[in-house]
Design a protein around this ligand. Structure first.
Ligand code: ZN
Length: 159
């Protein structure tokens, strides 16, 4: 997904359609790459993001993040200015959990290479940036882990 025009920091880039709960059949097809859709995960349900909603790539230094508005609508929001022609990316570890891992080939200088999807496995320098971006549903579902992360010596706001 690439920006067709310059996007300012804080601007909503795209409204994500995550209204469709995935069925076991959808999950099987997506996992076997037989569809252009992508799965995304909430604690209570798995959603099937139809093309092109699931086409945002991961970056270890992303220029966007997911934001849920008060009405529950989900948006990609610019976390810094994005130039026309620049790829719009998010870090898949934000609002994520579990034990999935993969090899990252993003071109960011701070690429973590061996990616663990679990937010709480991130180095402090990443957590410091990402904790303020967490969705309220994630903070609620992982309240104890978020509180523990915020108490880490390197992340305390008062230090
Ligand atoms: Zn990377």
């Amino acid at each position: 997904m690439f920006a067709r025009r310059p996007i300012r920091v804080g601007e909503r880039v795209w409204r994500v359609d995550d209204s469709r709960t995935a069925t076991p059949d959808d999950i099987a097809r997506v996992e076997h790459r037989e569809t252009d859709a992508r799965l995304d995960y909430y604690p209570e349900r798995t959603v099937l993001l139809p093309f092109p909603h699931g086409t945002f790539n991961h970056s270890c230094d992303p220029n966007a993040y997911d934001f849920w508005a008060a009405d529950g609508a989900r948006y990609k929001v610019a976390r810094r200015d994005i130039a026309a022609g620049e790829e719009v990316t998010t870090d898949y570890s934000i609002n994520s959990w579990g034990d999935d891992t993969w090899r990252c080939n993003c071109v960011a200088q701070r690429c973590r290479r061996d990616i663990e999807i679990d937010l709480f496995a991130l180095p402090d320098e990443f957590l410091r940036e990402y904790l303020p971006l967490l969705a309220s549903w994630y903070r609620h579902a992982f309240a104890e882990q978020v509180a523990a992360a915020e108490r880490r010596p390197g992340l305390r706001q008062d230090s």
